[in-house]
Design a binder for this molecule. Structure first.
Ligand code: PMV
Length: 324
C-alpha cells in the first residue's frame, strides 16, 4: 500500500496551449517535449485504512488547501480505477522552483500517478500511466518517458487516445538546455487560466491552431535527422507564437519580465556572432536555452552576465519515471 516514484520535468519544444475538454485535460493540439535531468519530484504515497482523509506534505511542510484539493481529486480517479476508497498520505520532495514556468506540475503529477498506482499494485502500461498523469496536469503525461516525447492529442471524446509516446530515448542525442532563472516568484496567472482565456478571447488563437501541427512534424523530422538548427529555429518560433496568442487575449496574459527580454536579446546576439543557441519560454518568466554540448559553457557565461538573471541551471536529456 506504499510506494515511491521519481519523475523529471520536461520542457515543451512544441507547446501545448489550449484544451478541448477542461475536465479530462484534452488538448487542442499535439505537443512535443524533452525530459530534463535536473528538475525532479520524488513522491511517496501510502494508502492507509487508519486515516480519514488525504494529507499532503510538500518539501517537509503541509500543503495549501488548494494543492491538497487538486491531489485528492487526482487520487479519486486512481481510487475509482482500482475500486478502493482508502485515503492516502502523500509526501513530495520537489527540486523545481514551484510555479515559475518550470512545469513543476509535470514532474509532480507524473510522480504521483506512478507512486499511487504502484502502491495499489495496479499494473499500468506507460501509455495508460501517461493518460492518468494527464488528468492531473496536461504536460505531466510527457514526463512518464525520458528523452524526446510526443503527446498525441487524440480525437476521442473520452480521451482514451490522448497519450504520450517516446520518440527518442534520452541517451540517443545529447543536447544542453540552460535554464536562465529571472524570477522564482509564483506566477500570477496559472497556465490553466492563461490557456482558457487565450482560447476564449484571442483572435490570434486560430493562427496558432493553423500552424502548430506543421511545426510538430518539422521538429519530429529534425529529431530523426538530429538536425539541431531546424529543431532550434522551429522551437523558438513556436514559443513566440504561443506567447503572441496570449498577448491578444482579453485581458492580455503576459508572463515575461525584464530579465526575459534581456535573455532573448542575448540569444539573438550570440547567434549574430555565430553561436547557435535558441530559446523557449513556458507559462512563466524564465527562459530555457537550447544549445549544443560543445557551446554549453560559452552560452552559460553569456547568460550569467545578463541583467535580471539570478541563476543558470544546466540540464541534459533525462529519464522517465523511476521507482525507488
Ligand atoms: O500542463 P500545464 O498546465 O502545466 O501547462 C503547460 C503549458 C506550457 O508549459 C506552457 C506548455 C507545455 O506544453 O508544457
Amino acid at each position: 500500500m506504499k510506494a515511491t516514484a521519481r519523475a523529471n520535468t520536461n520542457i515543451a519544444l512544441i507547446k501545448y496551449w489550449g484544451k478541448r475538454d477542461e475536465k479530462l485535460f484534452l488538448p487542442n493540439n499535439s505537443s512535443l517535449s524533452l525530459t530534463l535531468d535536473s528538475f525532479f519530484t520524488t513522491t511517496t504515497v501510502e494508502f492507509s485504512q487508519e486515516v480519514e482523509k488525504d494529507s499532503l506534505q510538500i518539501n517537509g511542510a503541509s500543503s495549501t488547501n488548494e494543492e491538497l484539493l487538486r491531489v485528492s481529486k487526482f487520487l479519486n480517479i486512481v481510487r475509482e480505477m482500482a475500486g478502493v476508497n482508502t485515503h492516502a498520505l502523500v509526501t513530495s520532495e520537489n527540486n523545481v522552483p514551484t510555479a515559475a514556468g518550470f512545469a513543476s506540475s509535470a514532474s509532480a503529477f507524473a510522480a504521483l500517478a506512478a507512486a499511487s498506482t504502484k502502491a495499489l499494485n495496479m499494473e499500468l502500461s506507460k501509455e495508460e500511466l501517461s493518460m492518468l498523469a494527464r488528468q492531473g496536469s496536461g504536460s505531466a503525461c510527457r514526463s512518464i518517458y525520458g528523452g524526446f516525447v510526443e503527446w498525441e492529442k487524440g480525437e476521442r471524446a473520452d480521451g482514451l487516445d490522448s497519450k504520450a509516446v517516446q520518440l527518442l530515448p534520452e541517451n540517443q542525442w545529447n543536447l544542453t538546455i540552460l535554464s536562465a532563472v529571472v524570477s522564482s516568484e509564483r506566477k500570477k496567472v496559472s497556465s490553466r487560466e492563461g490557456m482558457k482565456r487565450t482560447v476564449e478571447t484571442s483572435p490570434f488563437y486560430k493562427g496558432w491552431l493553423d500552424t502548430v501541427h506543421k511545426d510538430l512534424l518539422t521538429v519530429k523530422t529534425a529529431i530523426k535527422e538530429k538536425d539541431f538548427l531546424t529543431l532550434g529555429e522551429v522551437m523558438e518560433n513556436n514559443a513566440l507564437k504561443m506567447h503572441g496568442t496570449m498577448l491578444g487575449a482579453k485581458p492580455p496574459v503576459l508572463y515575461w519580465e525584464g530579465g526575459t527580454i534581456e535573455v532573448i536579446n542575448c540569444i539573438y546576439e550570440l547567434r549574430y556572432s555565430g553561436i547557435p543557441a535558441f530559446f523557449t519560454i513556458d507559462a512563466g518568466a524564465n527562459v530555457k536555452v537550447l544549445c549544443t554540448v560543445e557551446e554549453e559553457s560559452t552560452v552559460r557565461e553569456a547568460l550569467m552576465m545578463q541583467k535580471g538573471v539570478t541563476k543558470v541551471i544546466t540540464c541534459h536529456p533525462g529519464s522517465g519515471i523511476t521507482y525507488l
